[in-house]
Design a protein around this ligand. Structure first.
Ligand code: AFP
Length: 341
């Protein structure tokens, strides 16, 4: 479609229309997921507006609280967490909520309970807020078998049991990327309409990429396979060109680029952090779900990331995700190391 046609496009596929269309393909569906998603979308719009206004509204600065990971919370983290918790509870469709910002899970009171559990990081990459770099919200959704007697075990499930996952990136535009288990679609917020419009239908990650993305400052503490992989990216011995390094330090932005352009994103284990840095439930799982749905892979260094069974809600795991062939290379390096041991 050329730009002139696009500019005059009058039949807009909003995210709600898209999800309603999906719903009609599942006769058993009663619209609960659509309602839940509408509330998530509302949270994203609110946070997008707050992030855009951050400088103006003097929201940047410390709120004087410390979160579970011992990091100082910015006001925007606090605000975003409140917004999402309230939006999710008021949807009447949730049962258990796990947020990066809250030490304990929130069990929704029985009168407002629904069948979904949502695990989320309301504002990931918050150390990038002050310099205006893209940040985002990441979420994963599980469906409970029985919402009458929910327990924490209901969210300590492998990522492959998620029914949907996504992220919203607050960058030069506000982009929401979603998978309900049948592929990946991207929607961009049209600020004049206040609607997310389908702009990236059926995203497929290139089978092989030309970019790798990792915090190389940790290189001295890496394990053998990670070090070998990065060495291969920089000094390929098969005559292929060296790969480019891109690293923003904001998972949503780094994964978004990886999804669209291909390549790898790594947050490996290292001697200082044997479990890596990223959190299983609301960083590793949703992004791995999206990668697989887009035709890529996600690996922990030991197993398929979505097969991990978390034991704690704020557990961490190393992660290697991206283009199918590139992750195969990393898996082969780990397999070789295991064989040699
Ligand atoms: P912050 O929320 O503290 O900025 O952390 C962001 C993050 O969890 C994730 O979004 C990045 O991919 C990763 O950490 C970056 O970590 P390093 O700063 O150690 O590279």
């Amino acid at each position: 479609m050329d730009h002139a046609t696009e500019a005059h496009q009058t039949d807009l596929m909003t995210i709600t229309r898209f999800v309603l269309n999906e719903q009609t393909k599942r006769p058993e569906s009663r619209g609960d997921f659509t309602i839940l998603l509408n509330h998530i979308v509302l949270g994203c719009k609110f946070v997008c507006s707050a992030v855009n206004k951050a400088g103006l509204a003097k929201l940047i600065g410390l709120a004087g609280e410390t979160n579970v990971q011992g990091e100082e919370q910015k006001k925007l983290d606090v605000l975003s967490n409140e917004v999402f918790i309230k939006a999710l509870v008021s949807s009447g469709r949730t049962c258990i909520l796990v947020s990066e910002e809250d030490e304990e899970a929130t069990f929704v009171e029985p009168s407002l309970r629904g069948k979904y559990s949502v695990v989320f990081d309301p504002l990931d990459g918050s150390s990038n807020i002050d310099c205006g770099v893209s940040i985002g919200t990441i979420f994963g959704i599980y469906m409970l078998k029985d919402s009458h007697e929910p327990t924490i075990e209901d969210v300590l499930q492998p990522g492959k049991n998620m029914v949907a996952a996504g992220y919203c990136m607050y960058g030069s535009s506000c982009t929401l990327v979603l998978s309900t288990g049948t592929g990946v679609n991207g929607f961009t917020l049209d600020p004049s309409l206040g609607e997310f419009i389908l702009t990236h239908p059926n995203i497929k990650i290139p089978k092989k990429g030309k970019i790798y993305s990792v915090n190389e400052g940790n290189a001295k503490n890496w394990d053998g396979p990670t070090a070998k992989y990065v060495e291969k990216c920089k000094f390929p011995k098969d005559g292929s060109p060296a790969k480019s390094l891109r690293y923003i330090g904001s998972m949503v932005a780094d994964v978004h680029r990886t999804l669209l352009y291909g390549g790898t994103f790594l947050y490996p284990a290292d001697k200082k952090s044997p479990n890596g840095k990223l959190r299983v439930l609301y960083e590793v799982f949703p992004m791995s779900f999206l990668m697989e749905q887009a035709g890529g892979q996600a690996f922990t260094g030991k197993l398929r990331a979505l097969d991990l069974v978390p034991e704690k809600i704020h557990e961490r795991s190393p992660i290697f995700l991206g283009s199918y062939d590139d992750i195969e290379e990393i898996k082969a390096l780990y397999a070789a190391e295991e064989k040699a041991a």
